[in-house]
Each structure stands twice: as structure tokens, then as C-alpha cells.
Design a binder for this molecule. Structure first.
Ligand code: UD1
Ligand code: PEP
Length: 429
């Protein structure tokens, strides 16, 4: 299994191109199941999750072709991929494929909407909590689906098609909002989703669905209204920049010090995380084609954060911010409100010398003057990159083991960091 070796102590200086967002690309790719026409997506990141979803979609009958230059020649542009689901050959999403990633479960929405039936394995994904699917089930039932769970599979059916309805999410869910938006696009009549997720990736999906002929208004607000249409067409859509990758590199610069331009991204996607980073001592400004992050001298200040659905502080940046806080000049608190088991990085950060104690959903971090390199284990995607950030500032050598998690969500991480002066290498095998 691959490992990442880091020799800490260098500041980061240079330009980092930001890739297309994993968490937007995945639902956008799934939307290709809604039409027999071609959906062309630009700026698709080269990630393990994307490749896995291509396999899953292929199982349902989606053909794909890649155009444009190789990614390594066009770092800021990603790949352009054409997805065509001329006919759906299989409405079953099997355990072997779905258990590897959470988002693959979302095929249930388009399959049900277009084929009026779907059999989908309960999902896998990052082990950061129980991650139930009750909101999907309740929402799809509200649109007229009958749903049974048997032997680890959800069997969903909507004889005669889905029918629009009002559905109030008891809890904000990004995935369930994506799925209900896709399903309602082909339902009869109007659907109103209340307390919907407002994440930029939800807006990106709505924009793409509208380009395909859907009638969606209100995406980005808590109330989304969808007028169902009888068919959707193909479209061309550019995946929005990855705000989590953006925030991660911004935190890495705040950690090591230096001056980096994050190219091709947008500060509006990250207001609460950038507010916390500024409080911590980083300077963030607009650059001609992205965002400039600097920290020259001055230490890291302690900052308390609470994760929340967008526009709050993203749970997907919690581990990275904790890594930064391990070097602050005081005591900070991080409260995780989205996932009940998203502190797996704490014990690994401790191996590097971090002082962190946990009380329920609150982590108390006492900043230390130095971290020292060690062997650590990557436990989930964002936890993995938090260990890389800590390793960049630790004295000596840090080896992050089990990095396959990292490859799910960070495109060419070593290359991007090395280009800015870090000493990072992948050890294969
Ligand atoms: C591929 C992708 O985009 N993943 C993101 C997505 O995950 P995902 O869409 O899985 O996360 P949700 O927004 O659905 O989860 C939020 C909370 O709702 C709970 N819940 C969710 C569905 C449900 O049926 N019942 C239920 O109780 C979850 O357990 C969690 O506590 O949003 C998360 C929250 O921003 C991010 O951390 C993930 O990176
Ligand atoms: C938790 C994440 O992914 P997933 O929802 O696919 O597990 C993530 O992107 O941080």
C-alpha cells in the first residue's frame, strides 16, 4: 500500500492549481443517468472516487469518453468527459461497487425517476459516523415511491412514475438534497424541498440540471422548487472548483508560512473557513486568477470553530484546521456537529506531539511549539490530509500510511506541494 513521506520545515511558496470539486463532479456524473442524450462535464478531477463512479455508471449502461489533453498537460483545466446513458441496462447497483463510496448510493434518484425502479445496496464511504439513509427513503416516499429494505439492499419502485410533493428535511443533508432534486426533475408536477442543503455543490448540480432542461429555482437557499418535466436533454457543464481542496492548501500555507496563489478558485465558496484562517493569522486576498494566501512571520493564533452546514464552517475542513491549531499559541476548541465520529485524526496527530483532548463532540487543542515527525495512519479522506499538513510543519520525517483515502479526494497532492517547495514523496507498494 502506498505511503507518503514528508520532510517537514519548509515554507510553501508558488502556485497551486485547484481541481474541479469531487463533491460536485460525483452528483453531476450521476445526473447523466437522467437522459439518453450526452452530458459533457468539463474540469472533472482525476480521483479514485471519479474512476470508481465511472465503473458504477458503466454497470447501468453509461458510456463515457474523455477528450482534451492529458490532465498533466493542462493542470488547471481537468478533463472533459462525455457521459451517455442511451439505455439503462441494469437498475441494480450492487454491494461490491456501492460499498466503496457513499455518493454511489445517489444513483437511486435518477434510476427511480427514469426507470421507475431501482435496487441499490446500502452505501459505504468514509467511516466518520453511522451515516443513515432515512432522509433519502422518506423523501423518495414523499414523491410516491414504495421502498423496502432487504438483505442490505433498498428496493425502490414508482409504478407510473414519481409525483411531485412538498418535503421538509428534518435535518440538512447534502446527498438527500442532490437525490431529491434529480428525482423531482422527472416527477409529475411540482416538488418543494424545505430545509434543503445550500452547499455550492447543490447549486452546481441545479445549474447543470437546468441546462439539461429541468426547472429548478431556489438552489442555494433552504427552499428549492422543482417543476417536473417529461424528459431531460444533454448539456455541457463545467465542474466548480473544489472548495475543500482550496481550504486545505490555504490551511497548509497558514501552517508552514509562505506565499501561495491558489489558482482557478473562488473565495466566495469559503467565507467562514477563510474568516477563521484570517483570525488564525493568515492573509487572504484576491489574486488575478485565484486567491493569494500568505503568512509571513507572526505565529498561529488559537481560533474556536464549530462545523455546520454551508455557509458554516465545513466539516470537510475540520481535521485540517485542527492540524493548524496544534501549532497555535494558545488553546482552541473545535466542535463537530455534522458527523458523530469525525475525530479519528486526533490520536494520529498526537503521535506527532499534538496535545488534544476530546469531550463528546468538542476537541480542545493546546498549541505546542514543535511537532516531531513520526509514522501515522490515514483513517479517512480529510483526516489523511490533516496528517500531511501537520507533517509539513513537523521536525524531521513523517510517514503517512494507508494513503488510498487521500487519492479519493486530492488530485496530484505530492506534485502540487513539491512545486511549492515542500519535500513530499510517494513510496509505492
Ligand atoms: C460526496 C459528498 O458530497 N460528500 C459530502 C456530503 O456527504 P453526505 O451527503 O453523505 O452528508 P449529509 O449532508 O447527507 O450528512 C449530514 C448529516 O446528516 C445525516 N444524515 C444524512 C442522510 C440521511 O438520510 N440521514 C441522516 O441522518 C448524516 O449522518 C450526517 O450526520 O456532505 C457532507 C456534509 O457536508 C460532507 O462531509 C461530505 O464530504
Ligand atoms: C466524507 C467525504 O466523502 P464521502 O461523503 O464520499 O465519504 C469527504 O469528501 O470528505
Amino acid at each position: 500500500m502506498d505511503r507518503i513521506r514528508i520532510r517537514g520545515g519548509n515554507t510553501l511558496n508558488g502556485v497551486i492549481p485547484i481541481s474541479g470539486a469531487k463533491n460536485a463532479a460525483l452528483p453531476l456524473m450521476i445526473a447523466s443517468l437522467l437522459t439518453d442524450d450526452t452530458l459533457t462535464l468539463e474540469n472533472v478531477p482525476h480521483l479514485a472516487d471519479v474512476e470508481q463512479l465511472i465503473r458504477i455508471l458503466g454497470n447501468h449502461g453509461v458510456d463515457y469518453s474523455v477528450s482534451g489533453k492529458r490532465l498533466s498537460q493542462t493542470p488547471a483545466n481537468g478533463r472533459t468527459i462525455h457521459f451517455t446513458a442511451r439505455t439503462i441496462v441494469d437498475t441494480t447497483a450492487p454491494y461490491e461497487l456501492v460499498s466503496k463510496m457513499r455518493a454511489s448510493f445517489w444513483v437511486i434518484g435518477p434510476l427511480l425517476a427514469r426507470m421507475h425502479k431501482a435496487k441499490v445496496s446500502l452505501p459505504g464511504g468514509c467511516a466518520i459516523g453511522t451515516r443513515p439513509v432515512d432522509l433519502f427513503i422518506d423523501g423518495l416516499r414523499a414523491l410516491g415511491a414504495t421502498i423496502d429494505i432487504d438483505q442490505g439492499y433498498i428496493h425502490a419502485e414508482a409504478k407510473g412514475g414519481l409525483v411531485g410533493n412538498r418535503f421538509v428535511f428534518p435535518k440538512v443533508s447534502v446527498g438527500a438534497t442532490h437525490v431529491l432534486m434529480m428525482a423531482a426533475s422527472l416527477a409529475k408536477g411540482e416538488t418543494v424541498l424545505e430545509n434543503a442543503a445550500r452547499e455550492p455543490e447543490v447549486v452546481d448540480l441545479a445549474t447543470c440540471l437546468n441546462a439539461m432542461g429541468a426547472k429548478i429555482t431556489g438552489a442555494g437557499t433552504p427552499t428549492i422548487t422543482i417543476q417536473g418535466v417529461t424528459a431531460l436533454s444533454g448539456a455541457r457543464h463545467r465542474v466548480l472548483p473544489d472548495r475543500i481542496e482550496t481550504g486545505t492548501y490555504a490551511m497548509a500555507v497558514a501552517m508552514t508560512g509562505g506565499d501561495v496563489v491558489l489558482e482557478g478558485t473562488d473565495a466566495a465558496l469559503l467565507q467562514s473557513a477563510f474568516a477563521a484562517l484570517r483570525q488564525a493569522g493568515a492573509e487572504i486576498s484576491q489574486a488575478p486568477n485565484g486567491i493569494r494566501v500568505t503568512r509571513n512571520g507572526g505565529g498561529v493564533q488559537p481560533v474556536d470553530v464549530i462545523t455546520d452546514p454551508f455557509p458554516g464552517f465545513p466539516t470537510d475542513l475540520q481535521a485540517q484546521f485542527m492540524a493548524l491549531m496544534t501549532r497555535s499559541s494558545g488553546i482552541s476548541h473545535i466542535t463537530e456537529t455534522i458527523f458523530e465520529n469525525r475525530f479519528m485524526h486526533v490520536q494520529e496527530l498526537a503521535r506527532l506531539g499534538a496535545k488534544i483532548s476530546l469531550s463528546g463532540q468538542v476537541a480542545r487543542i493546546e498549541g505546542v511549539e514543535r511537532l516531531a515527525g513520526a509514522q501515522v495512519m490515514a483513517t479517512d479522506l480529510r483526516a489523511s490530509v490533516s496528517l500531511v499538513i501537520a507533517g509539513l510543519a513537523a521536525e524531521g520525517e513523517t510517514t503517512v500510511n494507508r494513503v488510498y483515502h487521500l487519492d479519493r479526494g486530492f488530485e496530484r497532492l505530492e506534485e502540487k506541494l513539491v512545486a511549492c517547495g515542500a519535500e513530499v514523496e510517494r513510496i509505492s507498494g
